[in-house]
Design a protein around this ligand. Structure first.
Ligand SMILES: [Zn+2]
Length: 304
């Protein structure tokens, strides 16, 4: 293949990898923009001299469409900084096709996973952050980057833009129930970490997918995930065959439709969510990140 192929090995994957979707851009403030291909959503910011882009979208074609949309919104400004919100290829896999010369900021854990993964097109971060909170000024833009601990993927960074009263946290809470399979979510501390973001002053929440929401929508999204976790535990109590899709879907609809049945995608996705979440209780979680001592995760095993 002549295009960057991430983890794909099949040459025919090029058809998927090169497709450039239509992007929708919305201006949120003088310098802040949100962009979506209809599924994934992210942010970019006009710096004093260049552009700060969060993530890259998930294929070379999508990264190029992202690049073109930024150039149309901010003509004459190059993308000088990329911030990876986490390691996943569908969010941050193709900096090589977005802006290969940019500075790339990421959490240490994210950088370590990217180094070991070696996916084609996913460029190694050039500036690595360790710890829970970083107040940065990048090209004249004040950013607070937060990683309270494992929530989704590796080294998930949320961005708080205090001037704009915006919080951005990719692939965590949605304004609907359309995440479904929830791979690589870390449930041990997910709800308290997410609720912790409510202590910050912000009015608009930008999720990594679909539509934006407000504080009430964010809280409801957290409550929904917590309620599915409770329903999953109740499925064990009621001896529901937790490994089977249809019984779990039916049980969760019965338990949750009163409070959450109006969420977009509820009936179509809650069964898949439940199949994933029951394994948190059945197996003990995804790995070391799903323990109270998540700080030990890969502590000194990979050198950058
Ligand atoms: Zn992700």
């Amino acid at each position: 293949m002549t295009v960057n192929h991430g983890n794909f090995t099949l040459p025919e994957a090029e058809a998927y990898l090169t497709r450039e979707p239509e992007m929708q851009v919305e201006k949120l403030s003088d310098r802040l923009y949100t962009i979506t291909d209809g599924q994934v959503r992210t942010l970019f910011v006009a710096g004093d001299t260049g552009v700060i882009a969060f993530d890259t979208f998930g294929t070379p074609g999508k990264a190029r469409a992202y690049h073109k949309a930024i150039a149309a919104a901010l003509p004459g400004k190059a993308i000088t900084t990329i911030i990876y919100t986490h390691d996943h290829l569908d969010s941050a896999g193709f900096a090589a096709d977005l802006a290969p010369g940019a500075e790339i900021i990421a959490d240490e854990m994210c950088a370590k996973v990217i180094k070991l993964r070696g996916a084609q097109g996913q460029i190694q971060p050039t500036r690595v952050l360790s710890g829970e909170r970083h107040e940065l000024t990048v090209d004249g833009v004040n950013l607070v980057l937060l990683n309270p601990g494992p929530t989704h993927g590796s080294g998930n960074i949320a961005a708080w833009l205090a001037d704009e009263k915006v919080l951005f946290s990719a692939d965590t809470v949605l304004a609907n129930s359309k995440y479904g399979f929830m791979p690589d979510y870390h449930f041990a501390n997910f709800v308290p970490f997410m609720r912790g973001f409510l202590e910050l002053e912000w009015e608009r929440f930008v999720p990594g997918r679909y539509e934006m929401t407000d504080r009430a929508g964010f809280e409801r999204g957290v409550n929904f995930i917590e309620a599915v976790m409770t329903a999953c535990q109740n499925a064990f109590v009621n001896f529901v065959p937790i490994w089977m899709y249809e019984p779990m879907k039916g049980f969760c609809i019965e338990q949750l439709s009163g409070d959450f049945g109006d969420l977009d995608g509820f009936e179509g996705h809650v069964g898949q969510m439940a199949i994933r979440i029951v394994h948190h209780y059945l197996m003990g979680g995804w790995g070391l990140e799903d323990t109270p001592d998540h700080q030990v995760l890969m502590a000194d095993e990979v050198s950058l």
